[in-house]
Design a protein around this ligand. Structure first.
Ligand SMILES: Nc1ncnc2c1ncn2[C@@H]1O[C@H](COP(=O)(O)OP(=O)(O)O)[C@@H](O)[C@H]1O
Ligand SMILES: CC(=O)N[C@@H](CCC(=O)OP(=O)(O)O)C(=O)O
Length: 297
C-alpha cells in the first residue's frame, strides 16, 4: 500500500470515529471550564480556542467559563496585597475583589475572547453581572476540623456562591453565532461584587442550562490517587471519601464538589482532564478514548 492511500485510510478511520460523536452532540450544550493553571502557553491557548471554534462550527453549543487563580495571585503580588486560601477558596477582602474583577472580567476574559475570534468565530466576553445572568450570596462554607472533629464556619469575605442563574441571555446566544466566555464574578442582591470559584460558577451554569457535558480543564491528568496515578472513574461516594481522607486537596476540592453537585442537578457527564494536552476538548468529546477522570453517580 502506498503512503498516500495509508494516509487516506487513516483520515477516513478518524472521520468514521468522530462523526457519530458530532451527531450525538449536535445542538447540545457543552460547558468547558478553562482553569488558570491550564492557561499561559500561547500554543496551547490557540489549540484550546481552535477546539471551541470547531465545536461551534460542528453545531454544538459551547459555553466557556474561565478561571485565573494564578494570574490573580500574580497581580495581587505586584500590588503588594497578600492573600491566602481556605478549603481551596481565596479569602477575599474589598481590595482583593476589585483586583479579582479587573483580572478575571478584564484581561483574562478578553484574551480568551480574542483567541477564539482569531479562529474565525464570534466570542463575547461576559461575567455574572451581564444580562442579570448570575446573582450570588456570601459563601457559607463550613469545614470539619480534622483534629477536633468540630464544625467551623469560614469567613471568606467577598467569596460568593451562585444562588440565582437566569439562562435567558445564554439561550439567546445559543441560537446565535456568538460563543459566551464567562468570568466567575457576580453581583449580590446586597449590591456587593462577589468572587466565585470558577469551578463552582461553571457547575451553576452547566446546571442551569442542563448541559450534556461539563469539562474541567486543569493542569493534571485528572484526579490522582495517593501514588499519583490517574483514577479513570470515580463514583460520588468514592470522591467524598477521597476529600475526607485528604487524597483530594486544595483546588481539586471545589472541582470535585462541583462535579458532584452538577451530577445531582442533572448534568449528564462530568470530566476532569488535562488542559495542557493539545486539543484536550476535541479528544474528550469526539473520540472513544476519553481522557481524564469521569465522575459518575
Ligand atoms: N488528588 C488530586 N489529584 C489531582 N490534583 C490534585 C489532587 N489533590 C490536589 N490537587 C491539586 O489540584 C490542582 C488543580 O486545581 P487548581 O489548582 O484549582 O487548578 P485550576 O486552576 O485548573 O482550577 C492540581 O494542580 C493539584 O495540585
Ligand atoms: C473564591 C475563589 O477562590 N475564586 C477564585 C476565582 C478564580 C478561579 O477559580 O480560578 P482557577 O479556576 O484558575 O482556580 C480566585 O480568587 O482565585
Amino acid at each position: 500500500m502506498d503512503a498516500q492511500s495509508t494516509n487516506g485510510e487513516q483520515q477516513a478511520a478518524l472521520l468514521a470515529e468522530t462523526l457519530p460523536f458530532m451527531q450525538a452532540y449536535e445542538h447540545k450544550t457543552v460547558v468547558v471550564k478553562y482553569g488558570g493553571h491550564a492557561m499561559g502557553n500561547p500554543e496551547l491557548g490557540k489549540a484550546f480556542a481552535r477546539d471551541i471554534a470547531l465545536l461551534k462550527q460542528s453545531g454544538i453549543n459551547p459555553i466557556v467559563v474561565h478561571g485565573g487563580g494564578p494570574q490573580i495571585g500574580a497581580m495581587l503580588n505586584k500590588l503588594g496585597i497578600e492573600s491566602h486560601f481556605e478549603h481551596g477558596l481565596r479569602v477575599t477582602d474589598q481590595r482583593t475583589v476589585e483586583v479579582v474583577e479587573m483580572v478575571l472580567a478584564g484581561s483574562i476574559n478578553k484574551e480568551i475572547v480574542a483567541l477564539i475570534n482569531a479562529e474565525g468565530e464570534w466570542a463575547i466576553g461576559l461575567c455574572g453581572k451581564d444580562g442579570n445572568m448570575v446573582f450570588a450570596e456570601k459563601a457559607k462554607k463550613t469545614v470539619i476540623d480534622p483534629d477536633s472533629n468540630i464544625e467551623r464556619v469560614l469567613d471568606l469575605g467577598f467569596v460568593g456562591e451562585p444562588v440565582e442563574v437566569d439562562r435567558t441571555l445564554l439561550d439567546l446566544l445559543a441560537r446565535s453565532e456568538l460563543i459566551p466566555v464567562i468570568a466567575p464574578v457576580a453581583p449580590g442582591r446586597d449590591g456587593a461584587t462577589y468572587n466565585i470559584n470558577a469551578d463552582t460558577f461553571a457547575g451553576a451554569i452547566a446546571g442551569a442550562v442542563s448541559a450534556s457535558r461539563l469539562l474541567f480543564l486543569t493542569d493534571v491528568p485528572g484526579v490522582l490517587d495517593r501514588e499519583g496515578k490517574l483514577i479513570k472513574q470515580l463514583t460520588v461516594a468514592e470522591a467524598r471519601t477521597l476529600i475526607r481522607d485528604g487524597t483530594i486537596s486544595g483546588g481539586m476540592i471545589p472541582k470535585v464538589e462541583t462535579c458532584i453537585e452538577a451530577l445531582e442537578r442533572g448534568v449528564e457527564g462530568v470530566v476532569i482532564l488535562n488542559g495542557k494536552t493539545r486539543h484536550a476538548v476535541l479528544l474528550e468529546l469526539l473520540t472513544e478514548h476519553g481522557a481524564g477522570t469521569l465522575i459518575v453517580r
